[in-house]
Design a protein around this ligand. Structure first.
Ligand code: MLC
Ligand code: AMP
Length: 517
């Protein structure tokens, strides 16, 4: 396996330190095909040589919007090995949405699905030196062909701790999406601390059912497995049938709360079917205390809830052992991470049990927003704490509780949707006077994106017209599940729309239970 220089902070080199047996399995596919750690090493070398040959140099961005496959993971690790900056994008994003990301990241290479090559080629052509290659859902395509023909040896580029490994876009509350710059040390420190905290060993087998373009599926799930030399059963997406089929040979599952709501709605969930699993992890959105309790009653497992975000990776975790996993709490700060609660306006620290802004500092906290120095400055305190935008408290036992959001954000099935972006699109539709987009409790997705619209005088625009106009412009998960019409929006004395009033009025809109298995 690779010879690693001790001083090298390249994330790949740090993760590879634990891979003592090349023949061990890294990935098992649904058809039983396996990929060993030795194949991971040579496969990522091939992709690293291919992207180098395409002109990608150290520090260059590589934008990747492809379906989940082992090749897609190899591209991620190949970028890391080559010292390039990996920029994954949600496969649900439309071409209209991609235009901004590609323009902002100015990549040297875009990797996309073959069906999008032409449209993306037209966008990339505006940047100048930017190659476009493809990978399909089976991991095949022009980039695979180039990698296949390349050498399986590659000297991993030594990196400083502070060098960029990835940029992940998070939508902006006011306007443009922001690229969170994550360094090799950010990702390595978080992977190592999580693997240790959750007691992962090389004998673990994770059911990997999350997408790999966000922090949860990529940097939590995948990097923990790599940091432990363990293996994962790689599902293309969350599918209860496949989860139950694979549970007898797995030891862990990581998911968003919707996974657990859907498993609970399935008759197969029991002590018996989950007995081989040692750890169920939930995150990315609030896990209802009732889901936590119901899961524990049905299976005997207390789901371990943790809290993180794109800019910071993981911040807190309920205990793996030696303490209670408290329903409704996100746990204790991870080793090396400091959390404080402050008065949002001034940043003055608050005492235990007082509710305020959650702020975080540690080796996990990102370097700043890509090409947005002012935005970066305004989201950090002078002493280096990052202002998360989440509201919470720390209880007498040191557990962090999230009680709300200081940012106008809807989290649906673990995906973030910023109302401002949806409102701007709706307001541009003929016949719409104004709109307010809110999150309403949803039995399956946690929150359902909901639009409340005021028509222009005399206009007859309806729900179907609005949804039709948004299709193709906004990713499916951002599109409202319902559009409701009112004569006017409730406003406070300052003229600000009272979204809490709308949320209260429509709280029962999606109260029905999710489909059962
Ligand atoms: C799919 N749809 C969604 C949706 N996912 N709508 C709202 N919210 C979502 N999350 C749309 C589909 O396009 C479809 O539209 C309809 O809703 C029903 O789809 P489905 O078949 O029920 O959805 P499914 O494909 O099963 O996906 C649901 C899901 C998936 C929950 C399994 O969204 C998922 O894997 N979410 C995980 C997101 C994630 O990884 N988040 C981590 C971010 S990192 P139609 O009209 O075609 O029927 C982060 C940091 C941290 O937050 O702390 O971890
Ligand atoms: P993202 O930008 O997609 O990384 O989303 C991060 C946001 O998800 C955080 O700022 C929180 O608001 C939310 N989040 C993540 N984990 C949890 C959790 N366990 N409970 C409640 N909210 C969470």
């Amino acid at each position: 396996m690779a010879t690693i220089q001790p001083a090298d902070n390249n994330l790949y080199s740090v993760l590879a330190r634990g891979w003592s047996e090349p023949a061990r399995t890294f990935i098992t596919m649904l058809d039983g095909t396996t990929i060993s750690y030795a194949q991971l090493e040579s496969g990522t070398a091939r992709f690293a040589n291919a992207i180098r040959a395409l002109g990608v140099n150290t520090g260059d961005r590589v934008v990747v919007q492809v379906e989940k496959s082992p090749s897609a993971l190899f591209v991620y690790l190949a970028c890391v090995r080559a010292g390039a900056v990996f920029v994954p994008l949600n496969t649900a994003y439309t071409t209209a949405e991609l235009d901004y990301f590609i323009g902002d990241a100015e990549p040297a290479l875009v990797v996309c699905d073959p069906s999008r090559r032409e449209a993306i080629g037209a966008i990339a052509a505006r940047i100048g030196r930017c190659a476009v290659e493809t990978l399909d859902a089976n991991g095949r395509g022009s980039l695979f062909d180039l990698a296949h023909a390349a050498s399986g040896e590659f000297a991993t580029e030594p990196r400083a701790a502070d060098d960029l490994a990835a940029i992940l876009y998070t939508s902006g509350t006011t306007g443009r999406s922001k690229g969170a710059m994550l360094t090799h040390a950010n990702l390595a420190s978080n992977a190592l601390v999580l693997a240790r905290t959750w007691a992962f060993t090389r004998d673990d087998v994770l059911i990997h059912a999350l997408p790999i373009f966000h922090v949860h599926g990529l940097f939590v799930a995948t990097n923990i497995i790599l940091a432990s030399g363990a293996s994962m059963i790689f599902l293309p997406k969350f599918d209860p049938d496949e989860v139950f089929r694979n549970m007898p040979r797995a030891t862990a599952l990581m998911g968003v709360p919707t996974f657990y709501v859907r498993l609970l709605a399935d008759k197969r969930l029991s002590h018996e079917t989950t007995k081989h699993i040692r750890l169920f992890v939930s995150g990315s959105a609030p896990l209802l205390a009732e889901t936590h309790r119901a899961f524990s009653e049905r299976t005997g497992h207390a789901i371990l809830e943790r809290y993180g975000m794109t800019e910071t990776g993981m911040n807190t975790s309920n205990p793996y052992q030696g303490g209670a996993r408290v329903a409704g709490a996100v746990g204790l700060p991870l080793s090396g991470v400091t959390i404080r609660i402050t008065e949002p306006e001034t940043g003055t620290a608050l005492a235990a049990e007082e509710i305020g802004m959650i702020e975080v500092k540690g080796p996990n906290v990102f370097k700043g927003y890509w090409r947005m120095p002012d935005k970066t400055k305004s989201e950090f305190r002078g002493d280096g704490f990052f202002i998360t935008g989440d509201l919470g408290k720390i209880d007498g036992k040191g557990y962090v509780h999230i009680v709300g959001r200081g940012k106008d954000l809807v989290i649906t099935g673990g995906y973030n949707v910023y109302p401002k972006e949806i409102e701007s699109e709706i307001d541009a539709i003929p016949g719409v006077f104004e709109s307010a987009v809110i999150g309403v409790p949803h039995a399956d997705f946690g929150e359902g994106v909901t639009a409340v619209v005021v028509r222009e005088k005399g206009a007859s625009v309806d729900e179907r017209t609005i949804l039709g106009a948004l299709d193709g412009r906004l990713a499916k998960f951002k599109q409202p599940k319902r559009v409701l019409f009112v004569d006017e929006l409730p406003r406070n004395t300052m003229g600000k729309v009272q979204k809490n009033v709308l949320q209260a009025a429509y709280k029962d809109l999606y109260r029905s239970l999710p489909k059962t298995g």
